[in-house]
Design a protein around this ligand. Structure first.
Ligand code: FE2
Length: 374
């Protein structure tokens, strides 16, 4: 065995001619993901789950539910009453109010006022998959709430806790903030370029189907470009697939004990566990995945990577075993292949996606099947 690191860079970095992972001259550079919007038929049920998951209710009118974390800022999840449960789209936070205007000018779209419950202004843009993407500014800043204290840990011989016990509460893991959203799209490459060009997002990691690197990436983990100020490894992740849909969203909690004990709390209250606990590779987060009562996947995470804008994208094959450094094997529920309504819908989507003019073709289907087996 030679040096395990030799050749690592050329394998993991970009090859000549590959996607640079950022736009040369984006219209604006958004600061963060502000919130996600959903429609659901049963707001009461949604709120009961949200509290067990660790959200704090800001507004609950019977027509609308606003959920927040303990960090200062706008609510991070907005749910409106609707006939069926549906993901409406993400809202990104502009770095300055002027950026909303600049983006409006560049796209020829109007800026509108947000309702007084939120405050501020919004610009709505359709992304190439048809999803409504909002860019917001000047929303009311809710003051920070008392956060959940992290546990005082002894690390090996590095002793920080003496004459005191370790008693993490078996309680909801208090959500601090929204971290990221993952979207599946039939037009991955087109959508990727749209987000990089319009919102100035930059790619942290590209993934390709095993054996198909030459055909280009099929997934990317994308962060906000805040210059020298570090940002989450990914605020948005996008993956090529047979349907345009929400995959999951992730919320930061204090530490591993909060995540694990909060998970026990959800389990005891009869909620559906999807996958975890483990530690991811791309982003390095400790993770635990759950399903809300409407079947939307939501993630608790802690201890993720933060990158400034100097790091270049990594490149790796997309494999099931590559989803975690440690943890149980990825479940059929997490991978969306559990027999049931959702996988049937996805299978039907495969057939229509193959017929339609998009980026999901027969070779990509073979690539996807290879991912599931690896
Ligand atoms: Fe995630």
């Amino acid at each position: 065995m030679g040096d395990p690191h030799s050749g690592l860079h050329s394998e993991r970095g970009a090859l000549a001619g590959e996607h640079p992972g950022r736009a040369a001259n984006p219209v604006i550079k958004v600061h963060d993901l502000a919130w996600l919007e959903f429609e659901k038929p049963d707001l009461k049920r949604a709120e009961v789950f949200a509290r067990a998951f660790g959200f704090t209710t800001v507004l609950s009118t019977g027509r609308e539910l606003h959920l927040r974390g303990t960090d200062a800022g706008a609510p991070c999840v907005i749910i409106r009453k609707g006939a069926r449960s549906k993901f409406l789209g993400p809202a990104f936070l502009a770095a300055t109010p002027g950026d909303v205007l600049r983006l409006a000018e560049a796209t020829g779209r109007p800026v509108a006022r947000l309702p007084e419950t939120l405050g501020g202004v919004v610009l709505d843009l359709p992304d190439p998959s048809g999803l409504r993407v909002r860019v917001v500014s000047d929303a009311h800043e809710l003051p920070a709430l008392p956060p959940q204290d992290p546990q005082q840990l002894n690390f090996g011989h590095e002793v920080r806790r003496v004459n005191a016990t370790q008693r993490p509460p078996r309680a909801p893991a208090l959500v601090q903030r929204l971290g990221h959203v993952v979207l599946q799209t039939t037009r991955y490459r087109e959508a990727l370029d749209w987000y990089l060009d319009h919102l100035g997002l930059i790619v942290s990691d590209f993934m390709y189907h095993p054996g198909q690197r030459g055909r280009g990436p099929v997934m990317s983990f994308i962060r906000c470009d805040r210059g020298a100020t570090p940002a989450d490894h990914h605020t948005l992740a996008m993956v090529l697939g047979p349907a345009d849909r929400y995959v999951h969203s992730a919320y930061q909690v204090a530490d591993l004990d909060a995540l694990a004990a909060g998970g026990e709390y959800l389990r005891e209250h009869g909620y559906h566990h999807s996958w975890g606990i483990g530690r991811h590779i791309e982003g390095s987060q400790l993770f635990d995945y759950w399903r809300d009562p409407d079947g939307f996947m939501v993630e608790h995470f802690s201890d993720g990577d933060l990158f400034d804008n100097t790091l270049e994208p990594g490149w790796a094959p997309l494999t099931t075993s590559g989803l975690a450094q440690w943890g149980p094997p990825a479940t059929a529920d997490f991978l969306g292949v559990k027999p049931g309504k959702e996988s049937l819908r996805e299978l039907r989507a495969v057939f229509s996606a193959l017929r339609e003019d998009n980026e999901f073709d027969a070779r990509r289907l073979l690539g996807l099947l290879k991912v599931a087996r690896s």
